[in-house]
Design a protein around this ligand. Structure first.
Ligand code: ZN
Length: 318
């Protein structure tokens, strides 16, 4: 049996078996493993881990020892905010902002400060379309407070969370209402860009030698600039894939891979390579910018808290 026939045969067998087990419980399970990750996605476990981990190395000498001792916690807990999305209703809008929802030129109309934005649009509207940049400012204030209080556990927990939210706003599709290509028949593109491509290329090809963390005179303006960059890139993310998808048949674009005993439909590696090349380094650039952004936010909170001595701090989290 040829390879393609074999795969088709296996899939048919799998589908037949599946139909016998289709009951509401199984459907809920399938919804959880297939649909929800598509809707909620962000860099994925690999990407978020990677970003928090590498950010540690950009910190100044007075901070790096404490962060290095706790680097495993910061990496392992980089996806905690995504896990909370299923438990806490308010969590979801903290990870994105639909910039295309706002007027033609949102730069003129969308206030950078939360209170001003609420006056113009109402809190309900803002929450419905994502609040990522405003939430990052809340977390930044919390991190500054934790530094002032020299609260080791709080510093680590908030640093890990803040790293996640900052990384999320660097993903172009986190700044678009067409976040998973649902409006353009490109369902799955969210995970393709932010999980599949980094998993295939980050360790082999990306350069993670990045300059030291910078003090941010205005974290608020910095994060909004990153949001606008993402919003501007979202169009490219979608259009490039749309264009190449027309040149290749379905069975070239997708492959079935077994992961931990579960057969998953993935974008095929060869197709991923074509998309990755056409994006012209975009995923690497955004990942590097995210790492530098995370380190700079941590550093700025520490400076603004009066540069407390971290050398004696011990955490109970490890
Ligand atoms: Zn997220």
């Amino acid at each position: 049996m040829g390879m393609r026939k074999k795969i088709r045969y296996c899939l048919c067998k799998w589908a037949n078996g599946l139909s016998r087990w289709l009951n509401p419980l199984v459907l809920v399970f399938l919804l959880i493993i297939f649909i929800l990750p598509l809707k909620s996605g962000s860099w994925g476990f690999f990407g978020h881990r990677h970003i928090n981990y590498h950010a540690v190395f950009l910190l100044p000498p007075a901070m790096i020892s404490f962060y290095k001792i706790n680097i495993r916690y910061l990496a392992d807990h980089a996806v905690d905010p995504d896990k909370r999305r299923y438990a806490i209703a308010e969590e979801a809008p903290r990870h994105y902002i639909d910039m295309d929802h706002y007027l033609q030129d949102p730069k003129d109309s969308l206030p950078k400060k939360w209170d001003d934005a609420v006056l113009l649009f109402s809190a309900d509207t803002l929450n419905a379309h994502g609040i990522a940049p405003w939430w990052i400012m809340v977390m930044q204030a919390r991190l500054k407070k934790a530094f002032r209080e020299c609260n080791a556990d709080a510093i680590l927990k908030i640093s890990a969370d803040l790293g996640h939210y900052i990384a999320d706003v660097h993903v172009p599709l986190h700044a678009s209402s067409n976040h998973n290509g649902q409006k353009t028949d490109q369902l799955g593109i969210h995970g393709f860009w932010e999980s599949r491509l980094p998993e295939l290329y980050a360790e082999k090809q990306y350069d993670f030698i990045i300059g030291p963390a910078a003090y941010l005179n205005s974290p608020l303006h910095f994060i909004w600039d990153r949001v606008y960059e993402s919003a501007a890139a979202a169009d490219t993310v979608l259009k490039v894939e749309k264009k190449i998808s027309k040149a290749y048949p379905m069975d070239f674009r997708f492959a079935y891979e077994s992961r931990n005993g579960v057969v998953l439909r993935q974008y095929a590696a060869q197709y991923a390579g074509i998309y990755h090349r056409k994006l012209n380094g975009m995923v690497e650039r955004r990942m590097r910018d995210a790492i530098h952004g995370v380190a700079s936010f941590w550093f700025t909170a520490w400076v603004d808290a009066g540069q407390p001595d971290l050398s004696q701090l011990r955490s109970s989290l490890n």
